[in-house]
Design a protein. Structure first.
Length: 196
């Protein structure tokens, strides 16, 4: 079992530390809505066509310290790796279970049609492409955990997106440099084995 950690989103990390107790909601109108998802639980769907680059919704909730997040974790003891936390910076996290909106229901995909965008300490979900009415919204959670990625750890954070490029996990890919170094070591071992 790995040490209790709360994963961090890799796609948003440069956010101002000047944060208030809550973030203010961005207007969302009737352009998106929560429905049951064929991927996982609830999901957010386009009610009308959405344009590439359009801001769809702000990820809001109570802004707390990581220390407080660890005290609250897990939100659901029967599913400890499912949370509504969103990494703000090394000191703060948004807990959308408290004061959150429907943005917390946007599911992960390894081939997302949306992205999380930081603007002056606030997190907005934006369309990466034109999204037709009826389509589910997704962004890549890219969760970061410092522990080595074992089969067990990857299984603790499964991905169900079904994309051709699916990583099979919500975890962000490890640094390519690390992968390259591991491959070089493996190649050296294979070369030594052939000589022997």
């Amino acid at each position: 079992m790995h040490e209790l950690t709360i994963p961090k989103f890799s796609n948003v990390s440069k956010i101002s530390t000047k944060v208030s107790a809550k973030t203010a909601p961005a207007p969302s109108g009737k352009r998106i809505q929560t429905r049951l998802s064929g991927v996982h639980g609830k999901g957010m769907f386009a009610v009308q066509d959405l344009a590439e680059g359009e801001t769809l919704i702000e990820y809001i909730g109570e802004i707390i310290s990581w220390k407080e997040a660890l005290k609250r974790h897990p939100h659901d003891p029967t599913d400890p790796n499912h949370t509504f936390y969103f990494h703000v910076d090394e000191k703060h996290v948004i807990d959308a279970k408290h004061g959150g909106n429907s943005s917390r229901w946007i599911n992960h995909s390894c081939a997302p049609n949306c992205e999380a965008d930081e603007q002056k300490g606030r997190i907005f979900i934006k369309a990466l492409q034109n999204i037709p009415a009826g389509k589910e919204l997704f962004y890549d959670y890219g969760l970061i955990i410092d522990a080595p990625y074992t089969k067990k750890l990857k299984a603790d954070y499964p991905c169900w997106c079904g994309a051709p490029t699916c990583r099979g996990t919500l975890l962000a890919p490890k640094d390519k440099k690390v992968k390259t170094e591991k491959k070089a070591k493996t190649d050296k071992k294979k070369a030594k084995a052939k000589k022997a």
